[in-house]
Design a protein around this ligand. Structure first.
Ligand code: SF4
Length: 273
């Protein structure tokens, strides 16, 4: 199994064409609208492990769909992660953000806590003024052990594409034990204890005849977010080439309308068209 400590990202953002896709522990840099110059950490090199199998996922098909902590086939020690970070920073220089993301859902890795400690120690030693965060699909936030671990981070970017159960099933293709109600409850309780920045990310898209950006979608998600109280809502569209060709983007006007409705609920919204 070929695992790379660090891979430089393609400039065109077409991850599906990257020869190193999913194989690198640390990857980047990329200029993220949300996080500045950042690098990502992939805890599941060589096998995508996720509780979703989203129709728009540019990381490809979910090979292991699970809700339970999953040990990857490649054993990633904190020392190897440190070495990979060292390589990345020696190549790139300083970064604004270091985010756990990568092939699947990072909170499904049972050793996430020790990796977060490794990154924090590394950033401190190198005097990196970087925000340390995670991109999560929000499916494990109802677990106390995960909440405890994520509380150590500066930034949590949590996915919520729809609050309508049947659309959730069509778009995110979740593990069978998940429901949108359970995810919303997890986000709600997480917000109560998380003191860092909680951003909710909503991907607007059309998949065959289903879309999640109608007036009703916007109102329902607006009402829900009002109770969750995130610091910011990030509305975006598939900007990388999605796995399925039946996925398409809304028009600019539709994104503007959707975001406007969320703002009417008093939410801080940033849209990326
Ligand atoms: S949650 Fe993220 S990694 Fe998992 S399938 Fe969806 S887009 Fe891909």
């Amino acid at each position: 199994m070929e695992v790379l400590p660090f891979a430089k990202c393609r400039l065109d953002g077409n991850c599906l064409k990257c020869p190193f896709r999913g194989k690198a522990i640390v990857y980047g840099p990329f200029k993220s609208h949300r996080r500045g110059i950042s690098i990502g950490i992939n805890l599941f090199p060589c096998r995508k492990v996720c509780s979703f199998n989203c129709v728009y996922c540019f990381r490809g098909f979910t090979e292991v769909k699970t809700l339970k902590p999953a040990i990857p086939p490649y054993s990633l020690s904190p020392a190897i992660l440190r070495e990979a970070l060292e390589k990345a920073i020696n190549t790139i220089g300083s970064v604004d953000a270091i985010d756990f993301s990568g092939s699947g859902e990072p909170t499904l890795h049972p050793k996430l806590k020790s990796y977060i400690n490794t990154v924090k120690e590394f950033a401190k030693e190198k005097s990196l003024n970087a925000s340390i965060g995670i991109f999560t699909n929000s499916t494990t936030l109802f677990r106390n052990n995960i909440v405890k671990v994520l509380k150590e981070l500066d930034h949590v970017e949590a996915k919520l594409d729809t609050v309508i159960e049947w659309k959730f099933r069509v778009i995110n293709r979740p593990h069978k034990l998940l429901s949108i109600k359970k995810i919303i409850e997890g986000l709600f309780s997480f917000r109560k204890v998380f003191e860092g920045t909680l951003a909710i990310q909503i991907m607007l898209l059309k998949y065959n005849r289903v879309n999640n950006y109608g007036l009703k979608d916007a109102r329902l998600i607006g009402e829900t977010l009002l109770t969750i109280e995130p610091d910011i809502v990030h509305v975006y569209v598939p900007y990388r080439i999605p796995r399925l060709s039946s996925v398409s983007k809304p028009s600019k006007q539709e994104v503007v309308e959707f975001s406007k409705i969320l703002r009417e609920y008093g939410l801080k919204v940033k849209s990326f068209i």
